[in-house]
Design a protein around this ligand. Structure first.
Ligand code: GAP
Length: 446
C-alpha cells in the first residue's frame, strides 16, 4: 500500500488541475476566498451533476420502492430541537491563546503545544461548539427569529414521513430520497472539497417493518452501494466498507457501515449507512405530539417503521471521481518524442465531455462545416460533445486532461472516404470509422 500511495497524485496536483481546467475554484477568490466554500466551474458543475444523476438514477428512478423528495433548507427550529442538533450537534474545539488559531480537539495528536505556532501549553481546555449555521427569518433579528440552515437533508424527510406515505400510497418497505445542500459550521474545513461548510448530500431514508428482516435489508443496501461505486469505476483497493462496532455506533443504532476512500492524505468517509431503528420518527412524534406511525391494514395495528439510512456526500464523491480517475503516464508523441500525459480516466457516464469532434485545419471551411455537422448530430442524440479545431496533438492533450473518452478527427481523407478517425482516451488507439456508423459505435461505448 505504501509504495502505491507514494506514486499517487498529490492534492496540489488535483487543485491545480481543478483550477486550470475549470472543475473547482475557491469561492469568492477575487476577495481572498472564504474558508470552507468552493465553486464548481464549467466542467466541475457537469461532473458533479453527472455524479448526482448517477446516484438518482440508481436509487430512485430504477426502483419502484423509492420516491423522490425535495425539502426546504430552512425549517421550523423545533425540527432541530427534536433531532438533537440544537443540544448535541457539537464538536469539541480548542483555541491557541498565542496565535488565536482554533482546532478540533479530536484532530490534535498532541495537546501540549499548538500545531500552528508551536507554543507550549498555549491551548485552552476543549469547549463544545455547535456546528449549525444560524440565520434570522423575517425582519426582526431577535431570538424568536433565529433559524438554522439544515446540517443534513434527512430531517426534512422524517417530518414529512406521513405526508409522503399517504400521498404516494406506499407501505414499508419503501424509501424516500433527496439530494440537496447542507451546511455545517466546521471548525476546521480542509482537504479541498472534502470538508466544507456548504456541501451537498444524497440521502436515502428506507423504512422497513419490524418483522425480523431489517438486518438483511440493511446488508442488501450496503451491497447495492458497493456495486454502485464499482459500476462507476472507483478502484476497489482504494475503497473500504468499515463496519462500526457497537461502541462506535450511537446507542439506538443496530448496525452501521462507513464507506471510506483512500485519499492522498489517508482514508476519509464518503458515506455512512446506518440502521437507526425508530429513533428519528420517535423523536419527532415526542416533540410534535403528532402520530407518524404507519397503519398496517393486514394486522389493523399502528407501528413505527425501522429506518435504514444511506447518506453520501456528493462533493466528496465528485472529488473521489477526480482523484481516482487521475493518472500521469509516459507516452510517445507522433514524432517519437517521450512526453508525459495527464489523463482523467472518468467512467463515460460521468465524463463532462463524452465526445470531442475536431476539424484538422482551422481555415478550411469544408472541414469545419462537416466536423460541426457531425458534432451537432451526436449532441442531438444525447451525447455531451465539444467542437474544436487546430493542432490535433494539443487538442488530444487537453481532452485527456478533462477525461473525454473519445475524440473524432475530420480530415482531408474524410472528404473522399466519408470516414473519420476515432481515438480512444485510455488505449490511445485510433480507428477509421464510417460517419454513418459513428452514432452506433459511440452509443455502444458510452
Ligand atoms: N443524515 C446522516 C448524516 O448526515 P453524516 O455522516 O454526518 O450523516 C453524511 O454525513 C455524509 O455527508 C458524509 O459521509 C460526507 O460524505 C458528507 N459530509 C458531511 N459533512 C461534510 C462536510 N463538512 N463537507 C463535505 N461533505 C460532508
Amino acid at each position: 500500500m505504501e509504495s502505491a500511495a507514494e506514486k499517487r497524485v498529490t492534492m496540489d496536483e488535483i487543485t491545480a488541475l481543478a483550477k486550470r481546467r475549470g472543475f473547482i475554484f475557491p469561492s469568492s477568490e477575487i476577495y481572498g476566498g472564504i474558508g470552507g466554500f468552493y465553486d464548481y466551474g464549467p466542467l466541475g458543475a457537469i461532473l458533479k451533476r453527472n455524479v448526482k444523476d448517477a446516484w438518482w438514477r440508481e436509487n430512485v428512478e430504477m426502483r419502484d420502492d423509492v420516491v423522490a423528495f425535495d425539502s426546504s433548507i430552512i425549517m421550523n427550529p423545533l425540527v432541530w430541537k427534536a433531532s438533537g442538533h440544537v443540544d448535541a450537534f457539537n464538536d469539541l474545539m480548542v483555541d491557541c491563546t498565542q496565535c488565536k488559531h482554533r482546532f478540533r480537539s479530536d484532530h490534535l495528536k498532541d495537546t501540549s503545544k499548538c500545531p500552528d505556532c508551536g507554543t507550549k501549553d498555549a491551548l485552552t481546555e476543549p469547549r463544545a461548539f455547535n456546528l449549525m449555521l444560524k440565520t434570522f427569518v423575517g425582519p426582526m433579528e431577535d431570538t424568536a427569529a433565529v433559524a438554522y440552515l439544515r446540517p443534513e437533508t434527512a430531517q426534512g424527510i422524517f417530518v414529512n414521513f406521513k405526508n409522503v406515505f399517504q400521498s404516494a400510497r406506499k407501505r414499508p418497505p419503501f424509501g424516500i430520497a433527496q439530494i440537496g445542500k447542507s451546511f455545517r459550521n466546521e471548525i476546521t474545513p480542509g482537504n479541498f472539497t472534502f470538508r466544507m461548510r456548504e456541501f451537498e448530500q444524497a440521502e436515502l431514508e428506507y423504512f422497513v417493518p419490524d418483522d425480523g428482516k431489517d438486518l438483511e435489508i440493511f446488508n442488501e443496501w450496503v451491497a447495492r452501494r458497493k456495486q454502485w461505486y464499482s459500476d462507476y469505476g472507483v478502484k476497489a483497493d482504494r475503497l473500504r466498507f468499515y463496519e462500526l462496532t457497537e461502541k462506535e455506533r450511537p446507542h439506538y443504532a443496530k448496525a452501521g457501515v462507513d464507506v471510506e476512500y483512500l485519499f492522498p492524505w489517508g482514508w476519509g468517509e464518503l458515506e455512512s449507512i446506518a440502521h437507526r431503528g425508530t429513533y428519528d420518527l420517535d423523536a419527532h412524534m415526542n416533540l410534535s405530539g403528532k402520530d407518524l406511525r404507519f397503519f398496517d391494514e393486514a394486522s389493523k395495528a399502528h407501528y413505527t417503521p425501522l429506518l435504514i439510512e444511506s447518506s453520501a456526500g456528493m462533493d466528496r464523491t465528485t472529488l473521489t471521481m477526480l482523484i481516482d480517475a487521475y493518472e500521469k503516464e509516459q507516452s510517445v508523441d507522433p514524432n517519437g518524442k517521450e512526453t508525459e500525459r495527464v489523463v482523467l480516466r472518468f467512467h463515460p457516464k460521468i465524463a463532462p465531455v463524452q465526445v470531442a469532434v475536431f476539424a484538422l485545419a482551422r481555415n478550411k471551411p469544408e472541414l469545419v462545416e462537416r466536423a460541426r455537422t457531425i458534432e451537432l448530430g451526436l449532441r442531438k442524440r444525447g451525447m455531451r460533445t465539444q467542437y474544436d479545431e487546430g493542432n490535433i496533438g494539443q487538442l488530444y492533450r487537453r481532452q485527456d486532461e478533462i477525461g473525454t473518452p473519445f475524440c473524432i478527427v475530420f480530415d482531408f481523407d474524410s472528404l473522399d472516404d466519408a470516414k473519420v478517425t476515432v481515438r480512444e482516451r485510455d488505449s490511445m488507439k485510433q480507428e477509421r470509422i464510417s460517419i454513418d456508423a459513428l452514432n452506433g459505435y459511440l452509443a455502444e461505448r458510452l
